[in-house]
Write a protein of this length. Sequence first.
Length: 366
Amino acid sequence: MKIRRIIIGFFMLLVISTLIILINFQDGDKKLEKLNYSDRVISIFREKDIYKEVLKANKYSKTLEVALSDNYYVSKYLDNYLEIDYVDNKDFILDVNALLDLGYSSSEVNTLFKSLSDDNVKLIIKEDYNKDIFDYLKFSYFNENYLSRYIDYRKKHDDLKTEDVVTYVNVNLDYDFYTNTSLISDSNDMLVLVNKYYYLDKDFVPSDLELISSNYSTKKLYLKSYAVKPFEEMCAEAMALGITIKAGSTYRSYNYQNNLYNHYVKKDGMDKADTYSARPGYSEHQLGLAIDISNGSEFIEDGSDEYNYIINNSYKYGFILRYPKGKENITGYMFEPWHIRYLGVDVATYLHDNNLTYEEYIGKKN
């Protein structure tokens, strides 16, 4: 009799336990259904023994659901799936798994998918790249279209700061000079960049050239009209300090520059000529905004009173030293202590205060 009671009690306990489990499952299922999980996926939670973990998370994850449905689920990444926002593309889960394999966190994966195109996410995976991608993204002038170029340039110049990699690539410095060139569309823009990648049409002539006063030039020379007054005022101030600065060369036509460049090529060879003379169409002088400064008899030299005046004062009048010392790899030209360019006071002051070339300035604006 006693044994019978024990057996009946055991079966009653088993039934009650089973009912409790069923009730808990039903309650759990209802919670999961309310979170928007399908019956099929809920059953997979049981099969994968992750039912309790998902229930405890108390949140719907489209990423987890798709990973399970498509059989790309990796058990060690359960917590990641719950945190990663779903993106609707066919390879999303595979890409997520690959990024997690590379060591990216859930929040970093979310950032990558929000910041980059699918193709660039795949590029990061292909390149096994987790070095400094977030350093790139923090710069406002990061251009997603150039990501592969940033990565390639970084490989060749591992000593550069990420900021410089982005800046230089933005102005084509990852290409050899005079390659990947572009015709300038708005040649009359005061802030147009003319260098070994951006060139002027051979027929371009500035629309408003004005003669510089003979007091401030070595011969009959012309500049864009809005640059004449600032230049003459700068010369007058220098003269008041006992320093003579005059325009020795300003606007040059395409044909003039062509003849000049060919002369230098004949004299020194193309490779050397390219370090100090622009090819036709690639010269700032054609803009009517560049000036080669003379002391009245010759172009000024490094260390002279005239040069020191220019580097310390020209920005106040809207001019910059265009090809400074130590920046030859950026400008593409040897140091020219005599060559200045008009950009207006605001931009010139910014470049002066931040020790930037015009290329660097443009690279940080793109």
